[in-house]
Design a protein around this ligand. Structure first.
Ligand SMILES: Nc1nc2c(ncn2[C@@H]2O[C@H](COP(=O)(O)OP(=O)(O)OP(=O)(O)O)[C@@H](O)[C@H]2O)c(=O)[nH]1
Length: 223
């Protein structure tokens, strides 16, 4: 069983006044675009359909991690799902994405947690399935895009070891998103493996209004 966890507790400072998690992307709130891909409902919910979904959920339930003050707007943006959706709030805001992953892993009902940032509206469900397979005998499966960059906000973790590793890092005062990994038995999914299952588009994220506009044009192309 796998929990799909969407991390959304950031301040969206590069985006301006609004919360990018709920910003409409070609007519649908961005966080819902992400959830639709995890839940396999993209084709039926998104106007015009979404080529990345074949209708099968790649997770068994959804979890959204955010700040308390975001919750009402995010719940409204998410709408209804055939899967259970739970909300886990940051107990202390602004500790960064790693703290968000920590809360998601602590709150997840399942042993495997497929983490995706709320600003990755092109997340490829087949990559998440592959990461779950790779995590079968490990505590995490993390894409490595190049020598320097681990994609920790589109990765699969074992809930308890990852939450514990995050707690240890936070207790040391280390908020770096990579830090808990070094405390885990993790599998690196390298460039060649990534190329065989997905495209770089899965990792595209939206930080600014310009990037939102570009992403919306892509969604319209798909439709
Ligand atoms: N729970 C939680 N999530 C966070 C936090 N900071 C960032 N995130 C999430 O981590 C992911 C990656 O963060 P960024 O792309 O930097 O997003 P952001 O911090 O909202 O954006 P900027 O303020 O423009 O840097 C996004 O899904 C954010 O919502 C935090 O303090 N708590």
């Amino acid at each position: 069983m796998v929990t799909g966890a969407i991390i959304a507790g950031g301040r969206s400072t590069r985006f301006g006044e609004a919360d990018k998690a709920v910003a409409p992307l070609a007519g649908t709130p961005m966080i819902r675009r992400v959830a639709n891909r995890l839940a396999g409902t993209a084709a039926s919910v998104d106007p015009g359909g979404d080529a990345a979904s074949d209708g099968d959920p790649v997770v068994d339930n959804l979890l959204v991690n955010c700040r308390a003050d975001q919750r009402a707007a995010i719940e409204a943006a998410m709408g209804r799902y055939p899967l259970e959706v739970r909300y886990v709030e940051d107990d202390e805001p602004d500790l960064g994405p790693m703290a968000g992953i920590r809360h998601a892993c602590r709150g997840a009902p399942d042993d495997l947690v497929a983490v995706v940032a709320c600003d990755m509206p092109f997340v490829d469900p087949s990559l998440l399935e592959y990461l779950c397979e790779r995590a079968a005998d490990a505590e995490a499966a993390v894409p490595q895009l190049n020598d320097e960059w681990f994609q920790t906000t589109q990765a699969v973790y074992r809930a308890e070891p990852m939450a514990d590793a995050c707690d240890r890092a936070l207790a040391r005062g280390d908020r770096r998103i990579i830090e808990p990994l070094f405390d885990l038995e993790y599998v690196v999914v390298d460039h060649d493996a990534l190329e065989s299952v997905t495209s770089e588009r899965t990792f595209e994220n939206v930080n600014t209004r310009e990037e939102l506009d570009r992403a919306a044009r892509r969604y319209r192309d798909v439709a």
